[in-house]
Design a protein around this ligand. Sequence first.
Ligand code: ZN
Length: 254
Amino acid sequence: MTRDRVEEFEKIMSHLLYMEGFGSCSEAVERLDYLYPRAIIVDPYIDPSTKEIMASEEYPAGHQEGFVPLRILPLFKSDANLDPEMASHVAHTQYANYCCVTHQITLNVDAVETRTFLATSLLHELGHAQLAEKESRIGDASPRNPFDRLQEELKMWLFDCRLAQATGGRKLEREINKTIAQYLARPNYKPQPGVGKPLDYCYRPVADKQAQGFRDNIYLVFCGLIAAKRRLKPNEAHYRQLQIINEAGVLRVQ
Ligand SMILES: [Zn+2]
């Protein structure tokens, strides 16, 4: 176990404390309550026979029988040098992902984003982990029905959106309302680069252009989800929201 990984993880998670309004989002607090009794920070390890990305088995001392650890792998860019499998894992982990086979969340701690953003990415993946445990899917490698996955992804994005609203406060709300009004007023509305700038109110500013572009997409997804809920009947809103998530292609990044 390298000390660095634990430190990086703790540094990132501590940023949640600075998010104004975080405590008012009870479901985010619940996710942390799920995380801390289960989390073990692990080093990367590839199973030589299956080539699965596993983790070293280091359970916290004194765990009870039947304890199912949630592995957290803080991933470094330099882990790509370990072997080709790890190189591919590093390349495919833009921010974070969850694997139910190993019940492991990988968090790219070297991602070009703010620590606050990365902490919320971890919360997103925690939602997937929680659901996998609830639905007894831990260790299950069988392929899943794409529609179930889409429904699950929507659930996670709606959480991300509510957390952003709770922490972005009135300033973010005002900007979202403005964007939705512009979009409705002009059906051929083409958002300009930088449209996602209001997300700085929750995630803090990021200097990297590519990261800003990704935030633009996240912001427009949030606006779309909110507009659907406000303007459509519940069934239609749900269908429209599924469509938005599907079109955003977020399943590729889990
Ligand atoms: Zn997801």
